[in-house]
Design a protein around this ligand. Structure first.
Ligand code: 26W
Length: 816
């Protein structure tokens, strides 16, 4: 079949297929409900993507080409149906089919539960990268875990976060996934290392005492207009039965029993921590399970294609998405040494040319370390291999810096100050041929502050690849009106060539275009306002500035700085008779890790402040505060097109990149932000006049720390700040219950304000005042908003992927 024939759409056959799938659900067109129709649609479409997936997998040209294997514990893919329809070029055809059955396609798409198989930025980035790999046809496989429960569902009870499990697959299963039992792997745990004598040689071999089956589920990553479907292969843990009792010695037996209970739970839940390493055994088990199954599958593909083991780096590269899959390095070494009997040097040469590592955070509490005793118990052979890697590495260090014990201490994989810990980031840098940060500033800080000695030891190894976002989901799909307006002006090739958006800059002062652009924004604001009315019963004024902060709740992201600004506006509205402000709606959406007390306190405080302000008749519709619960990809798709202002206000040096900043700028929002992460590069692209930069930069932060920072000085010197903070202590926002918001107050006072909210407050208020006045000049604002959309083409994840391909992976596109 030629590609054309393959994609020719046969409407009546497709309708028959949908009806057939309804039958399999035990329904008829007469009895079927909306959900059944959605499931039938998904399953009918999945027939096509599955056959394209298998065809892609068996494509000889792909088997002969080099592939990237993207290893990530998180893939935050969002709903697939709408996006896949766009990629398949079938959106309008299917809308017609669905309407003949009596439904609207958008209503049907709303039935899909988000697969929330990630926490935040890192997981969403992995999803954008898979999209861009498929769109540009760079051979790729994504490897992740098939969590039974995705990230918890969030609701609020009296303002406090409640968590509920997210059974995203529902009883009928997820229509897009297909189980691949023929590709199952077996993964070992615990046990001991056997020393085997063989014709004069001794070799070491791991004898695990527990085996767990890794069952792969494939989700289709459909390339935009590319006829290529790559697998996102998610491993599910299953207990292997029957239980091989005789394989255990007495000592291992009970432990293995206990472990078997864990085994059933292995891929039950996604760890909800974002940027915080909790060091739990089950998490290390998940990581090893993921790594071992993925390495096993990569080697199977490589050997099945007929390639020699030694040629692995020519055909496969393995990208480690942060340190979470680091254990894949000693696992590949173990397989090469113990199962294929390669020499250490040969195995190390293969392994160290195969792996590359991306660092996504500098926060010390996020840098993974595992206790050596825990690892030696769970993975005894891997621990030996890690020691050997480290031993050889420290010899190199000693050769480079003779007698420098401090260098050996900081570079060693083992941290032996206190309980001995394995530093996963060090293992990654040593075992990879490339390391990258995710924005220019972040990569510089990785070199300068996190890994200066590694940078000296391996010059050029640490690189930058600035993050990006897929323009298919984050403009074409989520903002159809703006997409149509853009296509009217510059044609419809921009979703695959985002730099073309630059051509709309010439319309930034065109009155008719400004009007159309702002009319689209207004409709998107109305769509969000309708959602808020329906779900939260808050009435919003769409002439107000829609000021948006949507991201995980973390102290370093400073949602509480935003909150202080909100409180200051409220204070002025009440206490300054002449105070006037442009009407504003401040939106928050954020989940807090369930064990992160301060993050939960900040959520509670935002909700209480919102309740008070929204119900105070003196405020009217000048100011509203909306906390949208259960932030997720499908919610972002509604919020982002409606944003006027994008809050990117982390303390400088702490946000590695940010990607929400890119999404909102692309949809015509103006950023208020610090000189942090990718904000720096957004400013470079859109120009100083079209972004609101405030606060201390990295040097300023360091200088202030050096000099000594005293938040109480700010408190006493800035009356508006003081008044705002004091209202957290009295009962302004918690009538009859003063003190409930004290944890937030204490975080910036008694606890020393570690992220310098108070130091940046005054300049933040100044920037917001500028926004307030600029927004009133609707021509000026339209000009700025259009230029944001026009000038952020650099942040397409297609460009990020090309950077990886050229500077790191060395892949060639395979056109199908
Ligand atoms: C071990 C616990 C844990 C879990 C997740 C530690 C660290 C993480 C992630 C690395 C946190 C994360 O998502 N980082 C974000 O990555 C994005 C994609 O590169 C960046 O845009 C964000 O700035 C960064 O915070």
């Amino acid at each position: 079949m030629t590609p054309k024939q393959q994609h020719a759409f046969d409407k009546s056959a497709f309708k028959a297929s949908m009806t057939q799938h309804l039958t399999q659900l035990g329904r008829t067109p007469e009895t079927a409900e909306m959900r059944d129709w959605y499931l039938a649609l998904g399953r009918a479409l999945a027939e096509h993507t599955t056959s394209d997936l298998v065809a892609t997998e068996n494509d000889l040209a792909i088997k002969q080409a080099k592939s990237v294997n993207y290893l990530s514990l998180e893939f935050l893919i969002g709903r697939l149906t709408g996006n896949n329809l766009i990629s398949m070029g079938l959106y309008d055809e299917i809308a017609a089919v669905v309407s003949e059955f009596g439904f609207g396609l958008t209503d049907l798409l709303e039935q899909e539960r988000d697969p929330s198989l990630g926490n935040g930025g890192l997981g969403r980035l992995a999803a954008c990268f898979m999209d861009s790999l498929a769109a540009q046809q760079y051979p790729a496989v994504g490897y992740g875990l098939h969590y039974e429960y995705g990230l918890f569902r969030q609701s609020f009870k009296d303002g406090a976060q409640q968590e509920a499990p997210d059974a995203w697959r529902e009883p009928e299963g997820y229509p897009w996934e297909v189980v691949r039992p023929d590709l199952a792997q077996t993964v070992g745990f615990y046990g001991h290392v056997a020393v085997i004598e063989e014709n004069g040689h001794t070799r070491r071999e791991w004898v695990p005492s527990l085996h767990i089956q890794a069952m792969p589920w494939d989700l289709p990553i459909v390339g935009y207009q590319s006829n290529t479907v790559y697998p996102l292969r998610l491993w599910e843990g299953r207990a292997l039965t029957p239980f091989a009792l005789d394989a255990f010695n007495d000592g291992d037996y009970t432990r293995a029993q206990q472990a078997a209970i864990d085994a059933g739970n292995l891929t039950k839940v996604l760890y909800p921590n974002d940027n915080h390493d909790a060091g739990k055994t089950l998490r290390l088990m998940q990581q090893y399970f993921h790594s071992a199954a993925s390495v096993g599958d990569i080697l199977r593909r490589h050997l099945d294609a007929g390639h020699p083991l030694a040629a692995l780096p020519d055909y496969e590269t393995i990208q480690l998405n942060d340190t979470h899959p680091t254990i894949a390095i000693p696992e590949l070494m173990r397989v090469l040494l113990d199962e294929h009997h390669l020499s250490w040097d040969d195995a190390w040469s293969i392994s160290s040319q195969t792996f590359a590592y991306t660092n996504h955070t500098l926060l010390p509490e996020a840098l993974e370390t595992w206790s050596e005793s825990l690892m030696a118990n769970l993975l005894p052979r891997h621990m030996e291999i890690i020691f050997e890697i480290n031993h050889r590495f420290l010899q190199d260090v000693a050769a480079k810096w003779p007698g420098d014990v401090r260098k050996q201490q900081v570079l060693s994989v083992i941290d032996d100050q206190g309980e001995r810990m394995v530093r996963m980031a060090n293992l990654c840098v040593i075992g990879s041929y490339a390391v990258n940060g995710v924005a220019a500033l972040h990569s510089e800080l990785v070199k300068r502050d996190l890994f200066p000695e590694f940078d000296a030891l391996y010059p050029g190894r640490i690189q930058n690849v600035t993050n990006g976002i897929t323009p298919r989901r984050w403009l074409k799909f989520c903002n159809p009106d703006l997409s149509a307006l853009i296509s009217e002006k510059i044609g419809d090739q921009w979703p695959a060539h985002l730099e073309q958006l630059e051509q709309i800059a010439q319309y930034a002062d065109d009155k008719a275009f400004q009007k159309a652009f702002m009319a689209v924004k207004k409709r998107n604001k109305q769509r969000l306002a309708d959602w808020v009315k329906t779900h939260l019963d808050i009435t919003l004024n769409t002439d107000a500035i829609f000021d948006v902060q949507i991201k995980r709740l973390h102290e370093y992201k400073r949602q509480h700085l935003n909150l202080l600004h909100v409180i200051s506006l409220y204070h002025r509205l009440i206490h300054e008779p002449n105070f006037d402000m442009t009407p504003r709606v401040v939106f928050f959406a954020a989940k807090a890790a369930p064990g992160y007390a301060l993050a939960k306190s900040i959520i509670f405080a935002i909700n209480k402040v919102a309740e008070t302000i929204n119900n105070d008749p003196r405020v009217g519709d000048k100011l509203k505060v909306v906390f949208i619960p259960d932030y997720r990809v499908s919610m972002a798709e509604i919020i982002i097109p409606a944003a006027d202002v994008s809050e990117q206000i982390s303390m400088a040096g702490k946000e590695a990149s940010g990607t929400g900043n890119m999404k909102m700028a692309l949809n015509g929002a103006l950023t208020i932000g610090t000189m942090d992460g990718a904000n720096v590069e957004i400013r470079e692209e859109v120009g100083d006049d079209n972004i609101y930069i405030f606060g201390l930069d990295v040097e300023g932060v360091n200088a202030l720390r050096e000099k000594g920072y005293h938040p109480d000085h700010e408190y006493h010197q800035q009356p508006l700040l003081k008044a705002s903070l004091d209202s957290l202590l009295d009962d302004t926002f918690t009538p009859g219950h003063p003190g409930l918001l004290r944890p937030v107050f204490d975080s910036v006072m008694a606890s020393g304000d570690p992220y310098l909210c108070l130091a940046d407050f005054a300049d933040y208020v100044r920037a917001h005042n500028q926004i307030d006045s600029d927004y009133r000049d609707s021509t000026l604002w339209a000009h700025k908003a259009i230029l944001n959309t026009a000038l952020v083409g650099k942040f397409s994840s297609d460009r990020s992927i090309r950077d990886y391909v050229t500077n790191i992976w060395q892949l060639k596109a395979v056109k199908r």
